[in-house]
Ligand binder design. Structure first.
Ligand code: ZN
Ligand code: ZN
Length: 536
């Protein structure tokens, strides 16, 4: 049996393992690579996935970093079953459509840029809404704990991962030439104390455990304080008659905030004249799916929510689907609470709300999730004085709150607790889905606590297994990390600088206005170079 790591190896996004066993080739997850342009280039490397030679995909959950490349594979010839839970099917169907819409919009805007510059061959969208719709037809659902045999010799079972609605761990029992090997893919593991979903389950003992390590280097601080912190932000902005903005991911996080608002309403700390807007079409659709799958929710949470068709209904809760309704939120005065995407303020309606409220003393911005390096969200939590939105600098006068208790991922101690029975029983542990720093820290803690050495595969690594023994490990370093040609670029910069210097005498004889124009352009270059050096 062979396993290849096509994503989420020494990084968080692009989850995908390709397995070859029992004469079949199949994937566990097929997520989008997200990050800088070099990482995102991996999304276009479709041949590496060989979609026509792929017999099936097992999908652990609906998040785009696990599901987001499937429509691209479908567009390039994949036509096998995609196995997942029923709630994952429902959520992935709307999330892939949304992702396709974003791809199309981005491609359109790039196309315009290319046209304006007179360039040819603008990049095509990764996939289209048609591809996403087609992908949804390949879903085959299985309930948690239901053992099914997609191919002779391969038995699969989903266990609750407690991460988002429908999220699963995948337990595979593979029998080849009389030898049985068991593999457990954790998917993303949730926090045991999360509000909405149930606690992560323990699947049966396994020869191999592939464990996510997003928060491998830290615990979530002050988890229990989330409700109070949100209450504080609301009280602050309500008293100042300003808005509370919550940038939030559409799925799970938005619903978790709605649950928290129910708790606050029960406690009497939600002002009855403060309207709440869920201002995200995707979040609105996702919330409806949560209502349809209320049986999957944590029993305690279900007791807090309503019994009606919309479990999140509150007297002052409004869902704003259309762009006009969204804009109207900005023209109304008085306190309000607005939940909108994107979660890291990189796109979406939240950016319009930030433009309207960020500069107002008395407003609050409440961050409830991970903010990646370089995003507007990260800049705000790092106390930026100004933020550029729609090409305009906006001063930051609003109060910034960061609430840690809403993370969808288990923290370090929780991962170790979950892992304990497997580590004690002698499973081989493989760490995936984490930044190098988090993975190295988790590996060290695993060794300290269980005296077990976990392995950390690299991107494109191929591992051959026979029963519980690893027979070979092949790395493809040059393909995974193509060498950066510094010599060429550095020489080009120096050559062009010399060309500029050679022309300087001539420039000095030009009219003053022309000289000022060249000076301004050079100053811009100098500014970018200074900024680049400062960031090194
Ligand atoms: Zn996830
Ligand atoms: Zn993930």
């Amino acid at each position: 049996m062979k396993i290849s790591f096509l994503g989420a190896a020494r990084t968080v996004t692009g989850s995908c393992y390709v397995l070859e066993a029992c004469g079949h080739r199949f994937a566990v997850d097929c997520g989008m690579h997200q990050g800088n342009s070099a990482i995102e280039e991996r999304n276009r490397d479709t041949d590496r996935y060989a979609p026509t030679a792929l017999d099936a995909i097992f999908l652990t959950h609906a998040h785009i970093d696990h599901s987001g490349l499937m429509p691209r594979l479908v567009a390039n010839g994949f036509s096998g079953p995609i196995y997942c839970t029923e709630a994952t099917r429902a959520l992935a169907s709307i999330m892939l459509l949304d992702s396709a819409h974003i791809q199309e919009m981005e491609a359109q805007s790039k196309q315009k840029k290319y046209q304006r510059r007179g360039l040819k061959n603008p990049p095509k969208p990764l996939y289209t809404q048609d591809d996403a719709t087609k992908t949804a037809q390949f879903f085959h659902t299985a309930a948690y704990h239901e053992r099914f045999e997609p191919f002779p010799g391969i038995v699969a079972t989903f266990y609750d991962a407690g991460h988002i609605l429908g999220s699963a761990q995948l337990f595979l029992e593979i029998t080849e030439e009389g030898k049985r090997t068991t593999l457990l893919f954790s998917g993303d593991i949730g926090r045991p104390s999360s509000l909405i979903v149930r606690d992560p389950e323990q699947a049966p003992p396994a020869d191999y455990v592939f464990l996510e390590s997003t928060y491998g280097d830290r615990d979530h601080k002050n988890e229990s304080l989330s409700v109070e912190e949100l209450s504080e932000a609301i009280a602050y902005s309500y008293a100042q008659r300003e808005k509370v903005l919550i940038p939030a991911f559409a799925v799970e996080r938005t619903q978790e905030i709605l649950c928290t608002l129910h708790i606050l309403a029960k406690k009497g700390s939600l002002p009855s004249d403060m309207p709440i807007f869920v201002d995200s079409p995707l979040a609105i659709r996702a919330s409806a799916i949560f209502s349809e799958h209320r049986e999957l929710l944590d029993a305690e949470t279900r007791a807090i929510l309503t019994d009606g068709p919309d479990i999140f209904a509150l007297p002052n809760l409004f869902y704003t689907l259309s762009a006009e309704e969204s804009q109207a939120i900005n023209t109304r005065s008085g306190p309000a609470l607005v939940i909108a995407g994107s979660g890291m303020c990189t796109a979406g309606r939240i950016r319009h709300h930030l433009r309207h409220s960020l500069w107002k003393k008395g407003a609050s911005i409440v961050f409830v999730g991970y903010q990646a390096v370089g995003t507007v969200g990260r800049k705000l939590i790092e106390k930026a004085q100004k933020i550029t939105l729609f090409g305009e600098d906006v001063a930051v006068a609003a109060r910034i709150f960061t609430i840690n208790g809403f993370s969808g991922h288990a923290g370090q101690s929780q991962l170790l607790d979950w892992l304990e029975p497997y580590a004690r029983a002698g499973s081989r542990i493989v760490l995936v889905h984490g930044e190098p720093k988090a993975q190295d820290a988790l590996k060290a803690r695993i060794h300290e606590r269980f005296q077990v050495t976990a392995s950390i595969p690299d991107y494109l690594e191929e591992v051959s297994l026979e029963g519980s023994a690893v027979t070979s490990v092949v790395q493809h370093e040059t393909a995974a990390y193509p060498r950066v040609n510094w010599t060429f670029l550095a020489e080009e910069v120096e050559r062009k600088w010399a060309m500029f210097r050679a022309q300087l005498a001539d420039i000095e004889n030009r009219p003053w206005v022309d000289q000022k124009e060249v000076e301004e352009k050079l100053a811009t270059m100098e500014f970018y170079l200074t900024r680049l050096i400062a960031r090194l």
